[in-house]
Structures are given as structure tokens and as C-alpha cells.
Design a protein. Structure first.
Length: 127
């Protein structure tokens, strides 16, 4: 489980760098929603690369194990998001839950779903 945690920490660093790139480079030229959508798509690709490499290096022994790995990573992601942005960043719960509104163009829930399902998806391609 430590290796899976290490992979998630790498994904966290990539996500932070991706957010910084959005804020410092292209976010000022796009609307807030468009910048977040683009950033989420970039994150899906970056994190997908890490998850694919992890699953190739440490293949889960079963589909259930792959799903548990995805649940572990998705759980860490959502826990970190709520803890960091609420406790450290001072954002309200309303603001945090707003990023889960697919009907308002938010793509964040799709990224969390991707993190959940990617290990199972990539492990399927190995067999």
C-alpha cells in the first residue's frame, strides 16, 4: 500500500503543478470555467500516465483489487481536496461542493471517477 500511496503523492504533485500552470499561464486568458475545464482534462492525462505506469509495474491481482486501488486513490483525492481547501484554504463547503456540479460545466467529478476506474481499466488491457 506504500507504493500506491507514493504513486498518489506523485499524482498530487502533478495536480498542484497543473493548477499552478493554470493560474500562472493560461487561466488569465480564459474564463474561470474554461480554465478549470482545460485544467481538468490536462490532469486526467497526467494522472492517467502515472496510474497506467503504476498498474503496469505493480499489476493488481484481480479486478476487485484494481477497483480497491482506484477507491483508495479517489478517496485520498476527495479527502485531500476537502481538507486542504476547507481547513487550509478557508473555502466554504458550498464552494467546495460547487465543483461537483456537472450540470454547470464542472468536470471535476469526471476526474474523480477516472481516478476510481483507471486502475481497473488499465489492468484489463494487460490481460
Amino acid at each position: 500500500m506504500l507504493k500506491a500511496l507514493g504513486a498518489w503523492l506523485l499524482m498530487l504533485l502533478l495536480a498542484i503543478a497543473n493548477g499552478a500552470a493554470r493560474d500562472l499561464c493560461y487561466g488569465q486568458y480564459l474564463g474561470e470555467l474554461t480554465a478549470h475545464q482545460l485544467s481538468t482534462i490536462i490532469a486526467a492525462v497526467l494522472l492517467g500516465g502515472v496510474m497506467r505506469a503504476y498498474v503496469r509495474r505493480y499489476p493488481p491481482p484481480s479486478r476487485a483489487a484494481a477497483l480497491l486501488l482506484g477507491l483508495f486513490w479517489a478517496g485520498l483525492t476527495v479527502t485531500f481536496e476537502f481538507f486542504f481547501f476547507h481547513v487550509v484554504g478557508g473555502r466554504s463547503w458550498k464552494e467546495l461542493f460547487a465543483s461537483y456540479q456537472l450540470n454547470e460545466g464542472q468536470l471535476w467529478p469526471l476526474l474523480v471517477l477516472w481516478i476510481l476506474l483507471a486502475p481497473m481499466t488499465f489492468s484489463r488491457h494487460r490481460h
